[in-house]
Design a protein around this ligand. Structure first.
Ligand code: SF4
Length: 150
């Protein structure tokens, strides 16, 4: 099953360093988050294979600090076993890179799903929960936030 990777970018905005951002297309959230930053990623489609993304990371690995998984909803419509294997491969191949996950699911929802929890366990940092522009950003020491843009 496809991972539905829509694109990638290099950014200083999503992590505490230089990040290789991977955009996953497809979001199953109902209702959608008010003020969603990427509504063009609600429907699944694929522009890049896993191999193309790994090659793009490899070409930039010397100056990267992070790989950031965002969307769309990374933990949404795709085969989470395939996603876990993909993240694990990044983890093993580039042990110096931090891995950060942005997800619209909250911590309780993730803890109720063993596969989602397994993926969270191999990430270094995460921002969880639906985005709401009317609420202030609330950050906690364990990297869980109740408000974020993905
Ligand atoms: S903010 Fe993320 S989880 Fe929320 S609707 Fe947009 S893509 Fe989906």
């Amino acid at each position: 099953m496809s991972l539905y990777i829509a694109g990638y970018d290099i950014s200083l905005q999503s992590a505490n360093g230089i990040a290789f951002e991977i955009y996953f297309a497809g979001c199953p959230m109902v209702p959608k988050c008010k003020g969603c930053h990427n509504p063009e990623l609600w429907e699944p489609f694929e522009n890049f294979s896993e191999e193309e993304i790994l090659k793009a990371i490899d070409e930039r690995k010397e100056f990267l600090d992070y790989v950031v998984l965002m969307g769309g909803e990374p933990l949404g419509i795709r085969d989470l076993n395939v996603l876990y294997d993909f993240i694990s491969l990044i983890r093993v191949t580039y042990p110096d890179l931090m891995i950060k996950l942005y997800s619209g699911y909250n911590k309780k929802q993730i803890e109720e799903d063993p596969l989602k929890l397994k993926i969270l366990s191999i990430c270094d940092e995460w921002f969880l929960g639906p985005y709401n522009p009317d609420k202030p950003k609330l950050f906690e020491k364990n990297n869980v936030t109740v408000n974020k843009k993905c």
